[in-house]
Design a protein. Structure first.
Length: 241
């Protein structure tokens, strides 16, 4: 709780340029000292409880900032590589600058490729492809709509096939009530993730039962839960210690 409070204080400022960069660097130092960059130690739980390679591959859908509340940054620091997917342009630029070993796609993910309306919210971490989630956030005073624009959309299957040669250890999805749509774009034969870390509840809704049922039908079991995310293990592979 203290770590998250400090990060919140450091990142709440609207300051731009060097001052904001100093805030980000300070938050990175907090993460390094704490040994975790996730909101609820999801990165540590993943490494402690699953039998994963020392240097594996990931896809991080809705990656947001390179390290602030990132589930994949600790893995990156330990030599992993992968693909981060982020539709907000300035965040995608930060990803490319600070995580050069990764490939960052300035796009979103869904069940089919193409383009979709994207709702940029303030705070930006609540931005979403879900019109229903946008409406709930605004009506409850949890966020305000900044803009609406169409963004390019890929599937997870596109990414694993084109960029990872169908090898994927961990899929992270933080899509603000759009998780099922993202998961519908996975190739469950080639490029099947060993572990899926999915956001189970947004600020306004809880789709944990729906997500768990969806993944159970595809051979995954809910192995762990944090306050925010569920960890799903592929039953056809021995992933847990």
């Amino acid at each position: 709780m203290r770590r998250q409070f400090l990060i919140d204080q450091l990142t709440r400022s609207k300051l731009l340029g060097p001052a904001r960069t100093l805030k980000w660097e300070a938050s990175k130092a907090i993460g390094i000292r704490a040994g975790t960059f996730s909101q609820d130690r999801e990165d540590v739980l993943l490494l402690e409880h699953f039998n994963l390679p020392p240097r594996g591959t990931y896809i991080d859908v809705g990656a947001n900032h390179p390290w602030l509340s990132s589930n994949s940054y600790l893995l990156y620091r330990r030599g992993w590589r992968g693909v981060t997917v982020e539709p907000i342009d300035w965040l995608a630029q930060l990803q490319r600058k600070h995580r050069p070993r990764d490939t960052c796609l300035n796009a979103a993910c869904s069940a089919t490729r193409g383009s979709l309306p994207f709702y940029l919210m303030e705070p930006h971490a609540l931005s979403t492809l879900s019109e229903a989630e946008r409406n709930r956030l605004v009506s409850r005073g949890l966020a305000r709509l900044v803009s609406e624009e169409r963004v390019p959309v890929l599937t997870v299957a596109d990414i694993t096939g084109l960029l990872l040669d169908h090898r994927l250890d961990v899929l992270f999805t933080d899509a603000e009530d759009f998780e099922i749509e993202v998961l519908n774009g996975v190739n469950w034969v080639e490029g099947r993730p060993k572990v899926i870390v999915a956001e189970l509840a947004s600020l306004t809704s809880n789709r944990s039962g729906e997500i768990t049922e969806f993944l159970s039908e595809r051979g995954y079991s809910l192995a762990l839960e944090s306050k925010i995310n569920g960890f799903y293990a592929d039953g056809s592979q021995d992933d847990r210690d």
